[in-house]
Design a binder for this molecule. Structure first.
Ligand SMILES: Nc1ncnc2c1ncn2[C@@H]1O[C@H](COP(=O)(O)OP(=O)(O)OP(=O)(O)O)[C@@H](O)[C@H]1O
Ligand SMILES: [Mg+2]
Length: 448
């Protein structure tokens, strides 16, 4: 609150004007006495840390979604075409870690909600079937549509099928682990008090069940003149059998023209994962690869939120920030957040960036790079260090083996482990690359 008062008194327009006492301070003896301590505390009267708009963090909504207009427009077309029953391919967003896939997926979801679609979202995990998460997500989507449905019994019928679908993945009852998992399964039914239906979406074969469930969900959406969008984040982690079932269900739906779409996001090798599972997947999805922001978009990401707080950056500061963050959205947010906190005044200058850079880098080293590095085993770390030694482009697995003086086959477990942990990916046979931008640079700096 105190800091907000100080911000409100920012001298209009001019940079580096001598600091003035806040209006309230001038009027009140009480605040006047506090003033010296407050200034020492907040160090700035114009770039107020309390109002720092930047948001580095996984899936954190950025203060300004910059440079994604093309993808947003594409998705608008998808929604519109599906709503009109036109044949349409759904969208899959791919990209490196921290480029803004989750944020974009969430923006897509908001667009669907605005059109009164039912929506649900899952985050795939390796080795976890999507059956239960998809059931929860569709439950949520249909709950959003239900109040507008004229025939409550249609909703109830769907919920009965949904419940059967969710329970069909259970192992047979018994003692031990299977018994426990059955107990867990029974705990899944938040708010579904209709009995499970028999004979639909409950065969236990995910491909059949998912197809039937999607068709039924789409028909509920048709009744209310809306659609359903199911969002799948970290889609590369969907287990192979489930990917195949998901593609088959989407395929079936695209033929019947039902208004249900699956929108995915994942690492750059996701298209390869999908086409390995079903050759027709390329015709099911429109892939949008998102990348670093170009200079103009990175500037917008920085300036738009700042200017809403009446703070700006000099051209030199923007140059320096682009140099440091390299246009990667996560880095843009991370640098900007620290710079804002250290800058004494507006406009923020290149000198402020210089002061902030070491702190921003050490925060990234711990939070962005370090947390991921720690997930790797010693053998996997060796593998990544060898990759880093070979440069920043994708490298061949043979070259990594060479670098380590090992046989390529002996390194397969390390490589596969890293792919599973989402630290590296293989977009092309025999080649690997880091999923995390600047990871090679980070590792090389560790070695020095
Ligand atoms: N278009 C954008 N403009 C500005 N900032 C963005 C943009 N997209 C994402 N960000 C910021 O970048 C960071 C990373 O975004 P997000 O978590 O969506 O990335 P991601 O691609 O899902 O990463 P991961 O692969 O690790 O899940 C967040 O702090 C977010 O606020
Ligand atoms: Mg994400």
């Amino acid at each position: 609150m105190v800091a907000t008062t100080a911000t409100a008194s920012r001298p209009e327009g001019a940079a580096h004007r001598p600091r003035r006492a806040p209006a309230a301070t001038r009027r009140s003896g009480f605040y006047a006495n506090l003033r010296p301590q407050l200034y020492r505390l907040i160090e700035s009267e114009s770039v107020d840390p309390v109002r720092n708009p930047y948001a580095p963090g996984a899936g954190q909504r950025p203060p300004e979604l910059a440079g994604r207009d093309r993808e947003l427009k594409q998705f608008e077309v998808v929604l519109e075409r599906v709503a009109r029953g036109r044949p349409e391919r759904s969208m899959i967003i791919t990209g490196l870690r921290g480029v803004g896939k989750t944020v974009l997926l969430n923006a897509f979801r908001s667009m669907a909600i605005q059109r009164l679609w039912g929506t649900g979202k899952i985050e795939a995990r390796p080795d976890q079937s999507i059956r239960r998460p998809v059931a929860s997500a569709l439950h949520m989507a249909v709950r959003e549509l239900a109040p507008r449905h004229r025939a409550p019994d249609r909703i109830e019928a769907f919920l009965g099928v949904l419940k059967a679908f969710a329970q069909a993945g259970e192992e047979p009852s018994g003692r031990g682990a299977a018994g426990r998992s059955k107990a867990r399964a029974h705990r899944w039914q938040p708010g579904i008090d209709v009995p499970a239906t028999r004979g639909r979406a409950d065969s236990g074969d995910l491909e059949i069940d998912l197809t039937e469930l999607f068709v039924d969900a789409a028909s509920v959406a048709t009744d209310v003149g809306a659609g359903i969008a199911l969002f799948v984040d970290e889609m590369q982690d969907v287990p192979a059998d489930d990917v195949s079932a998901l593609c088959a269900a989407c395929h079936e739906l695209s033929q019947s023209g039902g208004p249900l779409i699956v929108v995915g996001a994942g690492l750059p090798h996701l298209p390869a994962v999908l086409s390995a599972s079903k050759s027709y997947s390329e015709r099911l999805f429109r892939y949008a690869r998102i990348d670093r922001l170009d200079r103009a978009s990175a500037d917008v990401a920085l300036l738009a939120p700042a200017e809403r707080e009446e703070v700006t950056f000099t051209e030199d500061a923007l140059d320096a920030l682009y140099g440091a963050a390299d246009g990667y959205p996560y880095f843009v947010q991370a640098y900007a957040k620290v710079v804002w906190d250290v800058a004494p005044d507006t406009p923020i200058t290149a000198d402020d960036i210089k002061v902030a850079a070491p702190e921003a880098e050490s925060e990234l080293a711990v939070g962005f790079f370090g947390s991921r590095y720690e997930r790797a085993t010693p053998a996997e770390r060796d593998y990544m260090r060898a990759m880093a030694g070979l440069g920043d482009d994708p490298v061949s697995t043979a070259a990594v083996a060479d670098e380590l003086g090992r046989k390529p086959s002996s390194l397969s477990p390390a490589r596969d482990g890293l792919i599973k942990k989402g630290l590296i990916y293989s977009a092309e046979r025999g080649m690997v690359a880091f999923t995390v931008p600047h990871f090679g640079k980070f590792l090389r700096a560790q070695l020095n």
